[in-house]
Design a protein around this ligand. Structure first.
Ligand SMILES: Cc1cc2nc3c(=O)[nH]c(=O)nc-3n(C[C@H](O)[C@H](O)[C@H](O)COP(=O)(O)OP(=O)(O)OC[C@H]3O[C@@H](n4cnc5c(N)ncnc54)[C@H](O)[C@@H]3O)c2cc1C
Ligand SMILES: NC(=O)c1ccc[n+]([C@@H]2O[C@H](COP(=O)([O-])OP(=O)(O)OC[C@H]3O[C@@H](n4cnc5c(N)ncnc54)[C@H](OP(=O)(O)O)[C@@H]3O)[C@@H](O)[C@H]2O)c1
Length: 490
């Protein structure tokens, strides 16, 4: 059996999904919509399931801050760029909600994040039959059916309500988004340290008195940090809030039209075709479109608030808002307890380096995300790569993981979404190309091949295969029945 030494075998007569998507965020939702629109309505609809660890569809719930706006035109919704006639466009959503004219009168391309979340929840609600919420995927394992030389199925191991699930799929899409990144000197959990991704849920629990005179630190210079800095200071008007940034100032994001063309779907082709060195250079050159930058209006609002403080108190002694630049966290001091965080900070300015110690009731770190969760989930498949020690899972232009020659059958595969910035460009982690990208993935999985049958599915009914006897799985394993229906909605 090739070089694959995995010891998982397939159960007799086990149901096989044509596709399981891990994570049901915007990327997978766009795929659900694309499948709904691109595959003909007939009995040959594939057997598909989306597994989502949250209890419902919600988009970055910890950062749904009052008044926060989208960073992208509503025209780049989950469908329009692939199919402007789709029923899943943002415009159709507005029409159904009876807000189309009201939205037009706003004269904006940038809806509130709150409204865009509602739009996506509205789209997601149409797919309830094929989503299992509250289910966390733990591992994806390759498997070889009896009589086959190649891997032709994957076992998706998950957990739901303390019970283990496992399901077989020919194709797996991994679209799990980012993992919160904390500065290295900080512990992975402390009751008084909160990552921006949990801002809305954890901060009111931790600081329960909105009139309290708390000492609050916000760390970071990106959009999350600026939004949190602005929001927390208005929620706790008697508190002192300091924004610590490593650079010298908050800088604006570049969304000017020529530069913005890097987010066109066609730019993905160009980016993919260039050399790794050139790609890296382009990522660096265009970094200010997305990372460590803030929308100009918000910068101006924050600057205005700081200015008003200076007007009212030139001494600075009563200022509630401060920005301290050129500062980095280097460690936690012993004075740290369950009730406060004592930060050791390195401050470098004008050639002078000082070490400072500051105590806070709450530290909010808005220090970004890593997009590497797929590596853990797919660890058992690494042996199928040409170079199993490689840092990255290589993907093709169609987002399909490129396993070693002859290791995986043509009718099976794994696709990665949202973690391919190095090969597919800066749009990869964003909403920009989701509609088009979803169509590309659906084409790659389900498009008829030259010999007339599809890669992705056989007959649309619960697919069964004759396979080798298996080792028994651990106790408590429930087998693939988490949702009421696993047919695709019509
Ligand atoms: C606060 C914030 C605002 C943003 N605003 C914009 C914007 O305006 N415009 C823009 O283009 N981009 C924006 N982004 C970038 C963001 O990455 C995209 O908007 C979008 O969320 C990407 O969708 P996704 O499906 O790839 O990832 P996610 O939205 O992160 O969705 C991944 C899903 O997978 C689930 N999941 C993770 N692990 C597992 C597992 N093991 N098992 C089961 N489920 C799992 C998660 O719960 C989540 O629902 C924003 C990001 C943040 C943090
Ligand atoms: N309303 C919205 O639409 C909205 C809101 C929030 C976020 N977003 C999106 O979400 C994505 C992520 O944005 P983000 O702001 O969360 O992350 P980000 O852009 O990656 O910014 C992270 C910030 O944290 C800083 N940082 C990282 N490690 C640090 C450390 N060890 N010590 C001190 N500072 C550190 C970085 O500093 P340096 O600058 O020094 O590197 C950077 O300023 C972006 O796509 C953004 O557009 C959108």
């Amino acid at each position: 059996m090739g070089q694959y030494n995995g010891d998982s075998h397939q159960r007799d007569e086990e149901e096989v999904y044509d596709l399981i998507c891990v994570g049901f965020g915007p990327a997978s939702l766009a795929i659900a919509i694309a499948i709904h629109e691109m595959l003909p309505e007939s009995s040959t609809r594939p057997k598909i399931l989306f597994l989502e660890r949250q209890q419902q569809f919600v988009w970055h719930s910890g950062m749904l801050l009052p008044g926060s706006k989208m960073q992208i035109s509503f025209m780049k919704d989950l469908a329009t760029l692939r199919n402007p006639c789709s029923e899943f466009t943002f415009v159709n959503y507005l029409k159904v909600q009876d807000r189309l004219l009201g939205f037009i009168n706003l004269g904006t391309f940038l809806p509130l994040r709150e409204e865009y979340n509602d739009y996506m929840q509205w789209c997601a609600s149409k797919f309830n039959d094929v989503v299992s919420y509250g289910e966390t995927v733990k591992l994806v394992e390759p498997v070889v059916a009896q009589g086959s030389e190649k891997v032709n199925r994957f076992i998706v191991h998950s957990q739901v309500g303390g019970i283990e699930e496992r399901r077989l799929a020919k194709h797996v899409v991994v679209a799990v988004g980012g993992r919160p990144l904390l500065p290295k000197p900080l512990p992975s959990y402390h009751p008084r340290i909160v990552h921006s991704s949990q801002y809305s849920s954890r901060v009111p629990q931790t600081l329960s008195d909105f009139n309290g005179a708390y000492r609050i630190a916000v760390v970071g210079a990106g959009q999350s940090a600026a939004e949190v800095f602005s929001d927390v200071s208005s929620k706790y008007p008697n508190s002192k809030t300091t924004l610590f940034i490593r650079g010298d100032a908050l800088k604006p994001s570049d969304d000017s039209p020529f530069v913005n063309e890097i987010f066109n779907p066609s730019a993905t082709d160009k980016f993919f075709q260039t050399s790794p060195q050139e790609r890296q250079a382009q990522l660096v050159e265009n970094r200010a479109t997305n990372y460590s930058v803030v929308r100009l209006e918000l910068i101006e609002r924050i600057y205005h608030d700081l200015y008003v403080q200076r007007l009212r108190d030139p001494s600075g002694s009563s200022w509630r808002l401060n920005i301290q630049s050129h500062t980095e966290i280097t460690g936690l001091n012993d004075a740290t307890s369950d009730k406060q965080v004592s930060l050791r900070m390195s401050h470098r300015e004008n050639g002078v380096h000082t070490i400072e110690n500051h105590e806070f009731d709450l530290v909010i770190v808005a220090t970004g995300y890593a997009r590497d969760m797929h590596k853990e989930l797919l660890a058992p498949t690494k042996v199928l790569l040409d170079d199993p020690t490689a840092e990255r899972f290589p993907v093709g232009r169609d987002y399909k993981v490129q396993f070693g020659e002859g290791k995986v059958g043509a009718e099976a595969g794994i696709y990665l979404q949202g973690c391919n910035e190095m090969t597919h460009g800066l749009s990869d982690t964003l909403l920009s190309v989701l509609a088009v990208r979803a169509g590309e993935v659906v084409d790659s999985i389900f498009k008829p091949t030259a010999n007339g049958h599809t890669n992705g599915h056989t007959n649309g009914h619960a697919t069964t295969v004759q396979a080798k006897k298996v080792e028994p799985y651990s106790n408590g394993v429930r087998n693939g029945s988490g949702v009421s229906s696993n047919r695709y909605p019509h």
